[in-house]
Design a protein around this ligand. Structure first.
Ligand code: WT7
Length: 567
């Protein structure tokens, strides 16, 4: 029987300890994400259930049961141990979305090592920054990407071994320090997972800030309790669901909700390892009878462009629940979702640092199109004054989104960067760095980020990282990178560049700089537009005033610049 939705009752009844109880992990007992997500189901007699349905770009399917993944991840763990990997060592995944990515992720955690996912489209410099910072010992990659690893390798002495998953014997030989590994021929069914504790490090995800290098948000094994409970209550997964998370595990959505949450519940998930097209997405949803779908506003806007009729041409009758994350989900997106699928998109707000959803639209809750929803029932969230840290309790007042620690999946530190970690807290709140207001009904409305980080298609890109890379181009004297509003991607990167003497800012140079950034960093970081300028607006101490450029760009009244960004 359906009960009417009662948010306050849910808040009274929900605590993170529920997850501990349901997963049979009393306080003080070992908690290993790999064991709980996979081995546990096999030990309980559910080993034959399909864990992963992998569809490649050609439409070929490969299926893996929980037992398959137990044995194959055991193979990974045993092999990594042979390679000298021990507890707490960092192992990077630099892979496309093949089964190896998902299964080695589990294997690394079973071994008690720290898994560091890296987006496969990263270029050599983006890779270097993140591996140099984490001092990773091993990178697991594939033929297609090994060249980028080779290029940066001599700059990172910590990197001992590069594992190549699809090496063809007889073809281009491997180099010293590179080894081949063929996952499918290496099953180890009796690998005993490390008895990691609540606070044992598990996943290290890098994210971008306004200043400085990318920061590594370090998570721990007990983060699982938050991922499990939010998966259960927000994604609403049930035993016979076929779930599709469209995010790449290079980003936190793809690990918290594309691996850990759903598998902790023993759910069958689909991975589509192919580029985006609306038709392909609908065909995949129809083919696998997807029931629950977690995606992002940029994807929704791209689907919108092709019209609701296209969605209705496919049999999507199995679909019963849809959620969104990563950027503001405009009201039009929700309204269009109703038209195309007859369902509401349920927006969720969270961050790499929070590890799990914080503000959510729960199933059964009235969706207000354009709002991010209300705090997850075990979460205490508010908006605060950025200076005093006082909570702003008057409805519809804009403040900084803040969450009361602790919760199981909050990052435990930024790797190598404790001062920045502490700077994220104010008067006992964790401050997200986003602005919002809360209406009379307790719904959060997103207003914008409080820094210069660029959100392009739900992926954060740091302006500093782009500006540093731009400076390495022979023609660039100085530069500034900002987010420029974009219909599909919300923002795209725009760069302002002052040239060195002797260079001419023509189309060829623009293209050369764009390609330079695409290769060095990633396609996401590549400026879609470059404006050549004589000089850049700066504060007296020489800081580039990105906000001024941004305001100019969106045609805003600039007014008094003295208070904008001063020393
Ligand atoms: C930033 C975090 C964790 C999900 C993937 C992104 C923005 C996230 C929403 C939303 C408006 C959102 C915020 C946040 N963001 N969700 N529902 N509405 N903005 O993780 O890369 O760490 O980015 O994404 O600015 O701080 P991330």
């Amino acid at each position: 029987m359906n009960h009417p939705f009662d948010y306050d009752a849910l808040r009274r009844e929900t605590s993170w300890d529920l997850a501990r109880q349901e997963l049979d992990c009393p306080a003080g007992s070992p908690v290993n994400i790999g064991r709980i997500c996979i081995d546990r189901h096999v030990d309980a007699g559910r080993g034959d259930k399909t864990a992963l349905i992998h569809e490649d770009h050609a439409g070929q399917l490969r299926e893996f049961s929980f037992r398959d993944i137990k044995e194959l991840s055991g193979g990974w763990a045993a092999f990594l141990r042979e390679q000298g990997v021990v507890e707490l060592d960092r192992v990077c995944l630099f892979l496309e979305r093949g089964p190896e990515l998902y299964i080695s992720f589990i294997g690394i955690l079973k071994l008690g090592a720290v898994v560091q996912p890296l987006f496969s489209a990263f270029g050599e410099e983006a890779l270097f920054q993140r591996i140099d910072d984490s001092q990773a010992k091993v990178v697991i990659t594939q033929r297609k990407h090994v060249g980028k690893v080779r290029k940066m390798r001599e700059r990172v002495p910590s990197l001992e071994t590069v594992i190549v998953i699809d090496h063809l014997p007889g073809k281009r030989p491997l180099r010293e320090g590179e080894v081949a590994y063929e996952m499918m021929s290496s099953r180890v069914g009796d690998f005993v997972p490390q008895e990691t504790a609540d606070e044992s490090p598990s996943v290290l995800h890098y994210t971008s800030g306004t200043t400085g290098k990318p920061k590594g948000a370090l998570h721990v094994h007990s983060s699982l309790f938050a991922q499990y409970l939010t998966t259960k209550m927000v994604l609403d997964l049930k035993d016979d669901d076929i779930y599709w998370c469209t995010a790449d595990p290079g980003w936190v959505t793809g690990t918290s909700y594309g691996i850990i949450g759903p598998w902790a519940m023993g759910i069958t998930q689909v991975v589509l390892d192919a580029g985006f097209s609306s038709k392909r997405w609908y065909a995949t949803m129809a083919r696998h009878k997807i029931t629950v779908w977690y995606t992002a506003p940029t994807a929704i806007r791209m689907l919108m462009k092709d019209g609701a009729a296209l969605a209705r041409e496919h049999d999507l009758s199995a679909l019963r629940h849809m959620c969104s994350v990563g950027e503001p989900l405009n009201a039009e997106g929700v309204l269009w979702g109703r038209e195309a699928f007859g369902l509401d998109f349920h927006d969720t707000f969270w961050q790499t640092e929070t590890g799990a959803m914080m503000i959510t639209n729960l199933p059964g809750m009235t969706v207000k199109p354009g709002s991010m929803g209300r705090p997850f029932p075990a979460v205490r969230a508010g908006v605060i004054d950025p200076v005093s840290g006082e909570e702003l309790t008057d409805p519809n007042t804009v403040g900084m989104i803040a969450i009361r620690p602790p919760w199981p999946s909050i990052m435990r530190t930024y790797w190598n960067n404790t001062p920045t970690f502490y700077s994220k807290f104010l008067r006992g709140w964790y401050v997200c760095g986003d602005q919002a207001s809360i209406d009379e009904d307790g719904y959060f409305w997103f207003c914008g980020r409080d820094d210069d980080v660029i959100n392009t298609g739900g992926h954060l890109v740091g302006p500093f990282e782009i500006e540093s890379a731009l400076l390495e181009h022979e023609a660039v004297a100085e530069s500034a990178a900002i987010g420029k509003p974009d219909e599909l991607n919300m923002e795209v990167v725009k760069a302002f560049v002052a040239l060195k003497p002797g260079f001419v800012g023509d189309d060829d140079l623009e293209l050369s700089i764009m390609n330079f950034i695409r290769k060095k960093l990633s396609p996401l970081a590549m400026p879609q537009e470059i404006e050549f300028v004589d000089k850049l607006p700066k504060t007296r101490s020489g800081k580039i005033m990105r906000r001024l450029l941004k305001a100019q760009e969106s045609g805003e009244e600039i007014g008094d610049t003295s208070g904008l960004e001063d020393d």
